[in-house]
Design a binder for this molecule. Structure first.
Ligand code: ADP
Ligand code: ZN
Ligand code: ZN
Length: 796
């Protein structure tokens, strides 16, 4: 926060040329809405939407961003009527625009849609690295300091025209190597030194003779060496399948219509969706526009990024959570400077400053990671649809297991004024066929006396893989499931005494840990018991559930020594590049088993994988969430899709205690409708999305009574409001919004705060956010009580 106060202007205030709405860069909710300032004539040309400005607020100096400009005070968006005489003037312009006027409008739309403050929505569009610092230089001039990294340069070596004809002497081996390496195009000195163990002397020698030249160009952190190299060769596009052609034609139609229409590419795993994206992007780039591709964090692997970089080369910027601060800034600069015209990234990449977006793609559209868990609690799909509408460009959604929301909108044909079209790609290109799926009924295995974690079919499958020297993928899904301790005598499961959630058992450190608040306790469970059941005092406090480690141990015992067993879970992928290295080991092995949590289910494309096993599918099915089925179906379908991607057919074996579950049957019979029909009926009966929009209002406080009282007042106001407006809703042919609760949350206490929530079910197409915002303003704030609103809530 700025400490100094600039001296009061000594001269009479300058005449004002126009007015600006300025959002202050101060993280206080009370100051998060824009304030009006005058734009003095002297800086009127520089003042633009997106500019960082220095203003006075109260008696201090602060940085802010212009979000709107208008000739008259009354025309400013989102500012209440003010007296022009009391308006202060902007002191100085501190930076050129950091975001566009369109970005400011999208931020305003988000703030309304998600009941979030404008400043937190705006922050998404700002360069990474946090708030700027406003400082006064020795010369008395104010300036803004943003985190920045020093640009780095790459030295590119290339052949001169004469160089192409130069034949080095027979004995000059190094020179021959260098000239051969440069035949396809420029290569950096770093790559050359890496590949050939120091080429510096040779480069110098040939530079003297005019055979090569060395040129410096800005390099961007976050673009790794190998990918720059492979871009030099560039892979030629393949001939497209009929399904791919159809999908492309539909995207092309949407592009030419320029209404912001949506195309859902509903293609089984391995059907070539990524290839469709690549071709669509090619056309957009040819038209002089840019493209943004969102990929779930979990599938943002080197493999995925490599495919984009090998097609589009140096014009691809990448955003994911493993980037260092410097890499993130450099990738951002790369986009802002126009050097990158394709962005591949997780959710937040949607907000980077692409110039003239002509296509937005969301791969694995159904993924829950597209929903942001903190304010603004946006869903990337919905924000992208709004952006597509404003930029008049297509939004392409891809999935093998589309969300109920996307399917429903395609069934209706339109949503929010845009056309939604579904294109199916039910087949894989070439010889690759869908794998056969077998169900191993664990109940039967158990009743036949088997106590092994591997059923007979799975064991036979693994033996076959070893015999034929192929590869297998084993999924040990632990989403929503972690090892815990349970008393075998009374059934008690130890819980956190701050949070009332079940504690997770960590075998390596002999601790019980709370994953809500981070508390931990040391334990010595059965069979080396010094810890006793907190309820009955029994010594039989034992571990439940299998860890990935245990399965790995069992595999080592079962399989011959020359089979590589590679475990991928949160523990084994902690280090930088650990993920990539494990996959490289799997790729290089002659015969191997890749065992992992859900992180291995997606995006991997290894043609030698012929067997996929699911150790226990039931953990995914039994979560207390109306989307549990959708998630489980997605997971199983995705992991099954890892098998048989090459010429050899694949087999999938799913172990379960619940073979009749519609999810399991749909996967086994390759018929999605078995699951989706059932799921849709359930949602219709219980009134869940896509039939309603869900809003979760959460209130928390260290004082339970305060929180309960507060949420009670919100509930009452909302109920009263909608009760009164009921005739209007009915007249408009709409259902009346419903209020469920208030109730205490599933996690009643977290970090010693008591949590209550209420659920709103709103008719689709109604702006329920406005009503909620109005009620929250009416209730006002109460000391020590926090509230959050989650529109289109996921985790209830
Ligand atoms: P998806 O994204 O739907 O899982 P991919 O685009 O990754 O599918 O394609 C799966 C595999 O098929 C990849 O190895 C890809 O190179 C290959 N492939 C895609 N389209 C074609 C095509 N038209 N002809 C031949 N092979 C293709
Ligand atoms: Zn007990
Ligand atoms: Zn806790």
């Amino acid at each position: 926060e700025p400490e100094e106060t600039p001296a009061k202007p000594e001269f009479a205030p300058e005449p004002v040329a126009a007015y600006a709405s300025v959002v202050l860069d101060i993280p206080t909710r009370a100051l998060s809405e824009p304030f009006a300032y005058g734009i003095p004539r002297s800086i009127a040309n520089e003042a633009q939407i997106g500019s960082t400005v220095l203003v006075h607020f109260g008696n201090r100096a602060a940085a802010g961003y212009i979000v709107d400009i208008a000739p008259e005070l009354g025309d400013l968006q989102g500012i209440n009527a003010l007296d022009p005489a009391r308006i202060k003037a902007i002191e100085a312009i501190l930076s050129k625009p950091l975001f566009t006027a369109e970005a400011a409008r999208i931020a305003r739309w988000m703030s309304r849609e998600y009941v979030a403050t404008l400043s937190e929505c705006l922050r998404l569009f700002l360069p990474p690295g946090g708030s700027p610092r406003v400082v006064k230089g020795d010369d008395g001039v104010w300036a803004v300091e943003r985190p920045a990294v020093k640009p780095i340069q790459n030295r590119w070596v290339m052949l001169t025209p004469e160089g192409f004809d130069y034949t080095p002497p027979k004995t000059a081996v190094r020179q021959r190597q260098l000239i051969e390496a440069l035949q396809c195009g420029p290569v950096t000195t770093r790559d050359l030194n890496l590949l050939y163990n120091s080429m510096s002397a040779t480069i110098k020698a040939l530079e003297k003779r005019g055979v090569v030249v060395v040129e410096e160009r800005r390099a961007w952190r976050g673009c790794s060496e190998q990918t720059t190299l492979s871009s030099a060769t560039g892979k030629a596009p393949v001939a497209l399948t009929n399904g791919q052609k159809q999908a492309l034609a539909q995207i092309e139609r949407a592009r030419l219509d320029a209404h912001g229409d949506v195309v859902l590419v509903d293609g089984v795993t391995g059907s070539g969706k990524t290839e469709v994206y690549l071709s669509a992007i090619e056309r957009v780039l040819a038209a002089g526009r840019s493209a943004c591709v969102l990929v779930p964090e979990i599938s943002l692997t080197a493999q995925t990024v490599g495919r984009f970089r090998s097609r589009f080369g140096e014009t691809v910027a990448v955003f994911h959570s493993r980037l260092s601060a410097g890499e993130r800034l450099d990738q951002w600069d790369m986009v802002a400077s126009g050097a990158a015209r394709v962005v591949v990234g997780a959710r937040s990449a949607l907000f980077c400053p692409l110039d003239d977006p002509g296509l937005i793609i969301i791969d694995e559209e159904h993924e829950t990671s597209y929903k942001q868990g903190s304010s603004p609690r946006y869903h990337a799909r919905e924000v992208a649809a709004e952006m597509a509408r404003r930029y008049r460009c297509p939004l392409v959604l891809g999935s093998a297991t589309p969300s109920a929301e996307a399917l429903d909108r395609c069934r209706r044909g339109t949503y929010n004024g845009a056309t939604w079209t579904r294109v199916e790609m039910p087949e894989r290109p070439g010889h690759a066929v869908l794998p056969t799926v077998r169900i191993a009924d664990l109940r039967r295995e158990f009743s036949h006396g088997s106590r092994s974690m591997f059923s007979k079919p799975l064991m036979e499958g693994l033996e076959r893989v070893v015999e034929r020297r192929e590869k297998a993928v084993l999924l040990h899904n632990r989403r929503g499931f972690a090892p815990f301790l349970m008393c075998r005598e009374c059934g008690c499961v130890p819980t956190c005494n701050h949070c009332s959630t079940a504690l997770t058992y960590h075998e390596r450190t002999h601790t019980l840990q709370c994953h809500t608040c981070g508390s931990s306790w040391r334990v010595q469970p059965y069979p080396a018991p010094t810890s006793r059941c907190p309820k009955c005092g029994s010594r039989y406090l034992a571990k439940m559930g299998l860890g990935t480690q245990q399965i790995e141990d069992a595999l080592h015992q079962m399989l011959p020594e020359d089979v590589a067993i590679i475990r991928m879970d949160a523990d084994s992928t902690r280090g930088k590049d650990a993920h990539k290295k494990l996959l490289e080991r799997f790729d290089a092995a002659d015969c191997a088993v890749l065992l992992g949590t859900q992180m291995i289910a997606k995006g991997l494309d290894f043609p030698e994988v012929t067997l996929v096993g699911v150790v226990n599918a039931d953990f995914a099915l039994k979560l207390p969430d109306f989307r549990a089925g959708e998630r489980a179906y997605d997971l199983l379908e995705q992991v099954a899709g890892r098998a048989g991607r090459g010429d050899r057919p694949g087999e999938v074996i799913i172990q379960t205690y619940l073979p009749e579950d519609p999810v399991i049957r749909a996967v086994a019979e390759h018929d999605r409708s078995i699951f989706t029909d059932y799921d849709l009926d359930q949602r219709r009966d219980a009134l869940y999305p896509p039939f309603v929009r869900l809003v979760n209002i959460l209130v928390w406080s260290t004082k339970a009574d305060d929180a309960q009282d507060y949420i009670g007042r919100i509930a009452k106001l909302l109920k009263r409001r909608w009760h009164a407006a009921a005739p209007d809703f009915l007249r408009a042919g709409r259902a009346v919004p419903q209020v469920l609760g208030p109730a205490s949350c599933v996690i009643e206490r977290a970090k010693d705060r008591y949590r209550f929530h209420l659920l709103v079910k709103s008719p689709v197409g109604y702006h329920v956010s406005d009503d909620i915002d109005a009620c929250l303003k009416e209730v006002g704030s109460v000391r020590g009580v926090s509230v959050s609103v989650d529109v289109d809530a996921y985790d209830l």
